[in-house]
Ligand binder design. Structure first.
Ligand code: ADP
Ligand code: MG
Length: 335
């Protein structure tokens, strides 16, 4: 059975944000998400019973203009489902979403004009040029004709797409398609910007361009930005606060990156599921994982002596330990 709120053992900062949101009128926030819960009903095949899958579990957060909120989490944590709820692509099972005084259930026609959305999968017109795509989205958003040319040029310049301006969007590389999607979401600096894994597939240079654009928009104090990412580095570069989401759609921690690091330390958040091991199995794990002398691979032996290890090393060490009772749910690097 899906868990209920009281069974979740939430972190104190997550509860504090829940209480802050509950006591703040929605008109005082740009975005107010309160106790959002999404349960998908999934069937594994014909005649198989339908089972509930909790993708988002009672999350609450509120943002003001000028804030950039990063939703950090591994694949399957529930980030995209949160975004799809914010754009009415999926209907929440429980909870409420307000954009200022507007309620997503009643006022979506007004809300959609306020939101710039970059979905996880590229949403571009492949047979239109880069320039035409941006111009078209600017028009949909109601930007007046006399301002459109200037804003299209600015978006192209900001995301370094000048060399591709006249190319058909379908012919761009993966990274450039992503840049175009970010341009479509940010053109004209709408009051609410949602970026679902904006940097996926971008090279490091493009990523930095994108960071600059998003930071500039957020610092104008007119937009509230939410982005999802797997990268702590990206979340740190961009966000004023962040929430780390784990499988089951639960916020594990909430706050500024400095606060999260101070509270949880640097290193890794590794979520594992374990059956109760036998005493001898515990001894094997202790010997296998903690004692570098028992590891044959010289690189891993060195890694084990370092104060911090990379995600890849951590995962190799745990694989090496061959502990069948432990299932790694997620590894998130906090460095
Ligand atoms: N349309 C859907 N129907 C059923 N299950 C879904 C659907 N979309 C996502 N899920 C499941 O919900 C969970 C969260 O997925 P998602 O929101 O895409 O996570 P993330 O974006 O963090 O990778 C996953 O277990 C995923 O398999
Ligand atoms: Mg996703």
């Amino acid at each position: 059975m899906p868990k209920r709120l009281e069974d979740l053992k939430l972190d104190s900062d997550v509860i504090a944000e829940q209480e802050r949101v509950a006591s703040t009128p929605s008109e005082n926030l740009k975005i107010k998400v309160q106790n959002l819960r999404k349960v998908y009903q999934i069937s594994s095949g014909c005649c198989k019973p339908i089972k509930p899958l909790v993708a988002v579990e009672n999350i609450s957060f509120g943002l003001e203009a000028g804030e950039c909120f990063a939703l950090l989490g591994v694949n399957g944590a529930g980030k995209s489902t949160t975004f799809k709820s914010l754009t009415s692509e999926v209907e929440p099972t429980e909870g409420s979403i307000h954009f200022g005084a507007l309620d997503i259930r009643k006022d979506f026609n007004q809300i959609k004009k306020l939101v710039g959305y970059c979905p996880q999968t590229n949403a571009i017109f492949e047979y239109m040029s880069v320039e035409e795509n941006i111009e078209y989205f600017a028009r949909i958003k109601g930007i007046p004709a006399d301002r459109r040319g200037e804003l299209v040029n600015r978006a192209i310049e900001q995301l370094d797409l000048e060399a591709h301006r006249k190319k058909l969007a379908g012919t761009l590389s993966g990274g450039n398609k992503r840049k175009l999607c970010v341009a479509l979401a940010t053109v004209g600096s709408p009051p609410i910007i949602l970026l679902d894994e904006p940097s996926a597939g971008m090279d490091p240079e493009a990523r930095r361009f994108m960071w600059k654009v998003v930071s500039q928009i957020a610092s104008d104090q007119t937009s509230a930005v939410i982005l999802t990412t797997h990268s702590m580095e990206e979340a740190e570069a961009l966000s004023t606060k962040m929430g780390i989401m784990v499988k089951g759609g639960i916020f594990k921690c909430f706050g500024t990156s400095q606060h999260i690091k101070d509270k949880f330390g640097t290193g890794f958040v590794i979520e594992i599921k374990a059956q109760m091991p036998q005493a001898e199995e515990i001894e094997d794990v202790r010997e296998g994982i903690l004692n570098p002398d028992n590891v044959n691979d010289p690189q891993l032996r060195e890694a084990l002596k370092k104060p911090t290890i990379s995600t890849e090393e951590a995962s190799r060490i745990l694989t090496l330990a061959e502990v069948p009772v432990i299932v790694i749910e997620s590894i998130l690097c906090l460095d």
